[in-house]
Design a protein around this ligand. Structure first.
Ligand SMILES: CCCCCCCCCCCCCCCCCC(=O)SCCNC(=O)CCNC(=O)[C@H](O)C(C)(C)COP(=O)(O)OP(=O)(O)OC[C@H]1O[C@@H](n2cnc3c(N)ncnc32)[C@H](O)[C@@H]1OP(=O)(O)O
Ligand SMILES: NC(=O)C1=CN([C@@H]2O[C@H](COP(=O)(O)OP(=O)(O)OC[C@H]3O[C@@H](n4cnc5c(N)ncnc54)[C@H](OP(=O)(O)O)[C@@H]3O)[C@@H](O)[C@H]2O)C=CC1
Length: 689
């Protein structure tokens, strides 16, 4: 148990009423020792909440109204947005599925909600005088959740909302006559430039007042240029301004009772109001969805790094309990609560990957782009390779398909956005931090048995595989609004995708084999010995070339004597094209065949000799042999087999083991034709003779 002093040092913390189950009757006179102190504390209280239309704000409003039904009023500071007033916006927010359980239990819950129009980035929070008066007279507890959580927010705007608005809210709080507690929601990553993070407010990277003053006169372009220098060790403007906000809270808290909650990565609900509730793409949710849709195949993350996820209901339960504790026990200094799981019940990104993939295979998302199969790696190059092969290449192909079918290409655009988003998250998934959570434990010990159940934030009980499964299903149901009844159709779609993949892979393999491997001697040298030699001993004796050709023609049988496969120009050209796509040779052979199509080896040799009598072993043997084995060996019916057969014959003349040697061997044949300055000229000449 430790209390933090304003100078950031840790001191031993003794609650002002150090009883077991210390529900303090003496300060606010609200509860009995084993009763639900927290909910009774909120009875009759007016609570001000900022950020109530946001992810955490909504869960806070719901939980407060459901578990503290005697709360008097909730003042929600909401800005007008997209032409909707704060009243209309809260009305829309309350329609969310999140409030279904509350609607059932207490249909009149909305009567306690009082929307107050407020733009937090404006002077005086843009509150009307009347609203200021109402708030200063009535509010007992403030929960400040509003913030910009975008990692790419321009520094000036992030500062305005996360720091200046906090400052203004604190000065409004100072005017409040009945305020018991001010709870500020920060983030566990406010000090992510450190590896070990205690529950203290660390010295700010820069004096917030000075920075605010400097940025006031600078134009946006200058600020953009100096932002990387200003934020230094912090990965983005969000974490940087959250660190400054903590400092502002400490500086401006005066006599207020202040608590700071630092959640790590807030995920879907664990238990309340129902498992798996989530309504946005932030943090890991977007990554899970992208992986479930089969779009995301690779991401940089460390398998062994702790994934410090924390369910949103855990954060809200802790926040409400901290509100109670701060008001009742009035710690002398700002108390910071690191609300994390890593130190208590660690789970790793590698395990998360496994459970996310297995859940989405069992409960597929609709209209997946590919079968879910994402892998994380900490290696930059491997990740880049997979981005190229598994992201960009399929995106290009799909866009090509869309273009050809008259639609607008979109896949590359989606991938670019995804890469931007995951690029911003990688900092958090590639390393881990150690957070001290003494104050969270202390607060748990302060709760009555009843409260521990009602405001449960004991993450030791969290069963990760179950939680991740509910989380993934939650993204399907509440973010993508997909119906669970349609899962069989989604599975069918995955099966279709699998068949398409098998077909595509087979075609690709054949293509690669024919275009690259079949032309590479090195690859053949590797592959050929692996193929079986099915030649019988008799065949070997009868026809020595079969020893060379057998391995290329595994289904050898005695060939009919008259068989002469090289009978067409096309077949002949194909053979040459495969061996060496050299236009002149093709031309020559085409000319020969068109002049005198030969069906026997002797005939062919005669043609050859009529153009240029072969005087070299290479030239002679190669031409002769390339024809001869074809006549004896039957099963080589494809051009590809034929080429291999020919090459085997070449090898029998002078086996080559290097690519270079191979090329030379081939060119020896061509060279015997080459002395003609032009082939046509030569042939015409010869023909004339
Ligand atoms: C299976 C693999 C398993 C391995 C998993 C590994 C996972 C690692 C996860 C690490 C998470 C670390 C989080 C650290 C959090 C720090 C905690 C906090 O305090 S603070 C809390 C954390 N704060 C944050 O997480 C904020 C991070 N987000 C941002 O900063 C910005 O949204 C942005 C820069 C990413 C995109 O900006 P911009 O290009 O202007 O685009 P818009 O904003 O306008 O949105 C465009 C579209 O994209 C959608 N979408 C949004 N986010 C994601 C996403 N992550 N992804 C995908 N999609 C996303 C969005 O819904 C929208 O859809 P639509 O409406 O068009 O259909
Ligand atoms: N989500 C997470 O993973 C984590 C969040 N946190 C902290 O929790 C808090 C809540 O986060 P979360 O709910 O996820 O964030 P959301 O982005 O979901 O919600 C932000 C809220 O702030 C409000 N807001 C933003 N700008 C203004 C403005 N100018 N005037 C009035 N209201 C404004 C938004 O209102 P509007 O609807 O009008 O935009 C919205 O209600 C933040 O302080 C964040 O730093 C900490 C750790 C992790």
């Amino acid at each position: 148990m430790g209390r933090r002093l304003r100078d950031g040092n840790v001191a031993s913390h003794t609650p002002q009423n150090p009883r077991t189950n210390s529900c303090s009757r003496w300060e606010l006179g609200v509860c009995a020792a084993v009763m639900a102190c927290v909910s009774e504390f909120y009875a009759g209280k007016c609570v001000l909440i900022t950020g109530a239309t946001g992810f955490m704000g909504k869960v806070l409003v719901e939980k407060l109204l459901r578990s503290c039904p005697e709360v008097k009023a909730l003042y929600l500071l909401i800005r007008t947005k997209q032409g909707q007033s704060s009243q209309q916006r809260i009305h829309t927010t309350l329609q969310s599925k999140l409030f279904d359980r509350l609607r059932e239990e207490n249909p009149d819950f909305h009567k306690k909600i009082i929307p107050v129009s407020s733009e937090l980035t404006q002077p005086g929070l843009a509150l009307s005088d009347e609203d200021v008066q109402t708030l200063t007279q009535n509010v007992h507890i403030i929960f400040h959740c509003a913030a910009t959580i975008r990692f790419d927010e321009p520094l000036k705007h992030a500062l305005q909302l996360n720091v200046i608005a906090t400052q203004q809210l604190l000065s409004l709080a100072q005017q409040m006559q009945q305020l018991h507690a001010f709870i500020h929601i920060s983030t566990a990553y406010a000090n992510c430039n450190r590896h070990h993070i205690d529950e203290v407010i660390y010295p700010p990277p820069v004096e917030p007042g000075k920075l605010i003053h400097s940025l006031e006169w600078m134009d946006d372009a200058i600020i953009r240029d100096i932002t990387p220098r200003l934020i230094g060790d912090w990965p983005n403007t969000y974490t940087y301004t959250k660190a400054l906000a903590e400092c502002v809270v400490q500086q401006e808290s005066g006599k207020l009772n202040v608590g700071i909650i630092r959640p790590s990565i807030v995920g879907a609900s664990w238990q309340e109001p129902f498992p798996g509730w989530i309504d946005n793409f932030n943090g890991p949710s977007g990554v899970f969805i992208a992986a479930g849709k089969g779009i995301l195949r690779t991401m940089r993350a460390s398998n062994d790094a702790v994934a410090d996820l924390i369910p949103v209901d855990v954060v809200i339960n802790l926040t409400l309990a901290a509100g109670w504790y701060t008001a009742v026990h009035r710690p002398k200094s700002v108390l910071v609560y690191n609300c994390t799981t890593g130190g208590i019940n660690p789970f790793h990104w590698g395990e998360i990957e496994h459970h996310v993939m297995s859940t989405f295979k069992r409960n597929p998302l609709e209209q997946a782009f590919r079968r879910p199969n994402a892998n994380i790696t900490s290696n930059y190059l491997i990740n880049q390779y997979w981005i190229l092969v598994s992201h960009k290449f399929p995106a290009l192909l799909y866009d090509l398909f869309l273009r050809l079918s008259g639609q607008k290409p979109q896949m590359m655009r989606i991938f670019n956005r995804l890469h931007k988003a995951i690029g911003l998250l990688e900092y958090f998934s590639s390393q881990d931090w150690e957070w001290n959570s003494d104050n969270m434990n202390m607060l748990m010990n302060q709760l009555s048995t009843e409260d521990r159940k009602m405001f449960n934030f004991d993450v030791r009980q969290l069963n990760w595989p179950e939680y991740i499964e509910n989380y993934c299903i939650g993204t399907k149901k509440y973010v993508l609004n997909e119906d669970m009844a349609d899962i069989p159709a989604a599975r069918q779609h995955l099966r279709k995708l699998r068949n398409i993949r098998y077909t595509f892979n087979t075609v690709l393999l054949v293509f690669i084999w024919r275009v690259f491997i079949a032309r590479s001697q090195m690859a053949r040298n590797i592959c050929d010995p692996l193929l079986p030699d099915l030649t019988t001993d008799t065949q070997k004796l009868e026809y020595p070339y079969q020893q060379n050709t057998a391995i290329y023609c595994p289904c050898l049988g005695p060939a009919p004597a008259h068989q002469a496969p090289c009978t067409t120009v096309y077949g002949r050209m194909t053979v040459y094209d495969r061996v060496w796509p050299y236009d002149r040779v093709r031309q020559c052979m085409a000319v020969y065949d068109s002049v005198w199509p030969c069906t026997t080896v002797y005939g062919r040799m005669a043609v050859y000799d009529s153009v240029r009598p072969c005087t070299t072993v290479y030239g002679r043997m190669t031409v002769y042999d390339s024809v001869r084995p074809c006549m004896a060996v039957r099963p080589c019916t494809t051009p590809y087999d034929r080429v291999r057969q020919c090459m085997a014959v070449y090898d029998s003349v002078r086996p080559c083991t290097t690519v270079y040697g191979r090329v030379r061997q081939c060119t020896a044949v061509y060279d015997s034709v080459r002395p003609c300055t032009t082939v046509y000229g030569r042939v015409r000449q010869r023909m004339a003779v």
